[in-house]
Design a protein around this ligand. Structure first.
Ligand code: R1P
Ligand code: URA
Length: 235
């Protein structure tokens, strides 16, 4: 049962799927964390894999960047492949000075400048929130293992370049932790299918202190996030 964007057979995906923006991060996760990983999607090089983690079936697939791409792939995974738990594992730009590079952010909710959710909700503002039980599961795990994380709201933007300073100030004023480009769309899409969704992010940039991870640090930083996420999901 292929879709226009996924050429996998019907049962190719596990009920739980990690969703990095970058398809090469999906490959990295499959090769470095999964047992018996098999590539199940390569349409447009949006790589997807299914294997297992600590004996439990697990999939991972890239979503591309931005809400249209992420919502397209997550919708097909839920509607055609029965995926029920979707966990975005992404990077973000912190907008609070206190957040350091490589810090981990759990997005309990996401505001947005995108029109995607308004298009779906006839112009109304949808409150895009993580699934409480899934968030609780990850929080229980990090508390138990004493892994520090920041929990709060993120801002999902369509505008990677050129956000005006006054917009940043408004977001900072209400305590929004970081900007990224998918969570608000993913949360609304998951709600439509009564699936669970969560976004776990690694701070790759801090827009206040003007600091960035280099490519080597990014890999190590992302590995911490992926390990904690997978361990939480199988706990
Ligand atoms: O690292 P990923 O998961 O792609 O996430 C972030 O990085 C991309 C921008 O560089 C956007 O997709 C943003 O949300
Ligand atoms: O600044 C950043 C860094 C990662 N992802 C974003 O969307 N923005």
């Amino acid at each position: 049962m292929a879709t226009p964007h996924i050429n996998a057979p019907k049962d190719a995906f596990a009920a739980t799927c990690l969703l990095p923006g970058d398809p090469l991060r999906a490959k990295f996760i499959a090769e470095n964390f999964f047992d018996d990983a098999v590539c199940v999607n390569d349409v447009r090089n949006m790589l997807g894999y299914t294997g297992s983690y600590k004996g439990q079936p697990m999939s991972v697939m890239g979503t591309g960047m931005g809400m249209p791409s992420c919502v397209l792939y997550s919708t097909e995974l839920m509607e055609h492949y029965g995926v029920q738990r979707l966990v975005r594992v992404g990077s973000c730009g912190a907008i609070q000075a206190a957040l350091k590079l490589k810090d981990i952010v759990l997005a309990h909710s996401a505001s947005t400048d995108s029109s995607m959710n308004r298009l779906r909700f006839a112009g109304m503002d949808y409150s895009a929130a993580a699934s409480p039980r899934l968030l609780q599961k990850v929080l229980n795990h990090v508390d138990d293992k004493k892994i520090p994380v920041a929990v709060g709201q993120v801002f999902s933007t369509d505008n990677f370049y050129g956000a005006p300073d006054h917009q940043l100030a408004l977001l900072q004023e209400v305590g929004i932790l970081a900007v990224e480009m998918e969570a608000a769309g993913l949360y609304a899409a998951a709600a439509r299918f009564k699936a669970q969704a969560l976004t776990v992010l690694t701070v790759s940039d801090n827009l206040v202190t003007n600091t960035q991870l280099d490519s080597k640090e990014r890999e190590a930083g992302f590995s911490m996030m992926i390990e904690l996420t997978l361990n939480a999901l199988v706990s």
